[in-house]
Design a protein around this ligand. Structure first.
Ligand code: ADQ
Length: 461
């Protein structure tokens, strides 16, 4: 069996439970075949030369972790700049928040070349390389230019926007052309594949030449949707831990006469948190029976705080929550509990299970795993209701959630009310279908389907 090589911006020790997300997803394959995980160490060298970084390797069980430090200049232009100040906002349809600074692209290209240069000597002929996310779009093109012949797949964790929005990125043609150096491109949702196809046909004057096969720029690439899932069993084990059970008991005791509505997000403008809080306010205004009862717990972990857009949203949220509590709060009831912190992963299942409503209402999201975690954490005999944005990738799969348009404050408040009033029988029926879907297309299914498709795509090439 060929060795798996994973490349992503950051790496994590897959044996550590706190590693979460990607580590859980790819850890199993890496452990099976004795894999290599390559990426940035997270360290920035203040006065190091650009485009250079010392390679460090260490062993985590059967997995070799190979990491590079970045110079301050590379970090600022590749990571903070092009990745998070251009590609992240644009791919989430926020052209208004993108900063197309001329210096960013040089750093982005330089770090992708650095990754390719340092990775190449570590590769074996039969390796399968799996590159993750928007930080590393041109990596395969850089590797190919250096003679790499191995199979390379790419998975985009965030959405691909419509053609017209991609076209706003000054380097869009170079970016999209470089995707064709992969054997397989994986997106989260069907809609992302449609956006890719429109771009290929209308902008690159290419065509679809077969099942999931696209031709443009004189090259052919396979492309399909592989919606990422969660590890349902691992999440169930977390739910049985003392921390999770304590959390559940504390919350159900504290809020025994209330209805909890829960949001758990990174504090990112794509997650639609202020819009959610405004809809909650409208719920209290329009349906007074929820006063002294419905309580919104919003946990928003700090992220990329040095970027202006993030401090803006933090201030907006603090003032919104303060205003609602001031206007509607009573001595014995605060409508909103806003916590600007990460909750320990072990507490997440207990918190989800104690909440009558899970509010997952991003303005745009590649997938959104919180939606799936909320479903997995529920008691099937008395489950809570998932309120899900139609603009999350997860909405393509989780059709039995209550779908909302988070831009529509009034409509979202109406759906919140519907969720609060939903009879037990309907809650059970919806939850059973949602859980079946979350179980069937879990993280193992995602990894297997992507890697099987990559092997097939490469043999066609
Ligand atoms: P994110 O936007 O970070 O990642 P999301 O799917 O919303 O991803 O959450 C990832 C994980 O972080 C979940 O396991 C969640 O429980 C945890 N988490 C989030 N906020 C937390 C908090 N405040 N405290 C504790 N835990 C928290 C990107 C894309 C998503 C895509 C994922 C995976 O933006 O669309 O679903 O990658 O591909």
């Amino acid at each position: 069996m060929s060795r798996l090589v994973v490349v992503s911006n950051r790496v994590a020790d897959p044996r550590k439970p706190a590693a979460g997300g990607l580590a859980v997803a790819v850890g199993e394959s890496l452990q099976q075949t004795g894999g290599l995980w390559f990426g940035w160490s997270g360290t920035v060298i203040p006065d190091g030369p650009t485009g250079e970084g010392e390679l460090r390797k260490h062993q985590a069980g059967k997995v070799t972790l190979a990491t590079l430090d970045l110079s301050r200049e590379d970090h600022d232009s590749y990571y903070m700049g092009y990745s998070n100040d251009v590609l992240w906002p644009v791919f989430h349809n926020r052209l208004d928040l993108a900063h197309f600074e001329a210096g960013f692209i040089g750093g982005y290209r330089r770090v992708n070349q650095l990754f390719a240069r340092k990775l190449l000597p570590l590769l074996k002929d039969d390796d399968v390389i799996w590159v993750h996310d928007y930080h590393l779009i041109p990596l395969a093109a850089e590797l190919r230019a250096m003679g790499c012949k191995q199979r390379i797949g790419f998975f985009l964790h965030i959405p691909l926007p419509p053609q017209i929005i991609i076209a706003a990125v000054p380097q869009h043609e170079w970016l999209m052309r470089s995707l064709f150096a992969y054997d397989l491109i994986g997106f989260q949702a069907r809609q992302d594949v449609e956006h890719f196809e429109h771009y290929v046909v209308n902008e690159a004057h290419g065509e679809c030449v077969g099942d999931h096969l696209y031709r443009a720029y004189g090259q052919t690439v396979s492309c399909n949707a592989f919606p990422i899932g969660i590890d349902v069993d691992e999440f169930a084990v977390l739910g049985q831990t003392k921390e999770s059970r304590d959390m559940y008991e504390t919350m159900t005791r504290e809020y025994s006469s209330r209805r909890l509505m829960l949001g758990i997000d990174r504090l990112d403008y794509s997650k639609g948190i202020p819009q959610r809080v405004r809809a909650f306010r409208e719920l209290l205004a329009n349906y007074p029976e929820n006063r002294r009862s419905a309580t919104l717990i919003q946990i928003a972990s700090p992220t990329r705080e040095t970027v202006d857009a993030y401090s803006d949203i933090r201030r907006e949220l603090e003032s919104l929550c303060g205003a609602i509590n001031g206007d509607y709060g009573e001595l014995d009831w605060m409508p909103v509990r806003y916590i600007h912190r990460m909750v320990a992963r072990r507490r997440v299942p207990g918190l989800c299970r104690a909440s009558s409503i899970g509010l997952v209402t991003p303005l745009r999201d590649g997938m959104n795993l919180v939606a799936k975690e909320y479903v997995a954490a529920q008691d099937p005999g008395n489950p809570g209701v998932l309120v899900l944005s139609r603009f999350a990738g997860a909405a393509e799969q989780l059709k039995d959630a209550l779908l909302v348009n988070p831009y529509d404050t009034h409509g979202t408040a109406e759906i919140m009310q519907q969720a609060l009033r939903m009879p037990l029988e309907e809650r059970r029926a919806r939850h059973a279908k949602l859980l079946a879907c979350v179980r069937e297309q879990d993280v193992h299914w995602w990894r297997r389907s992507f890697l099987d498709a990559l092997r097939e795509a490469a043999s066609e090439r």
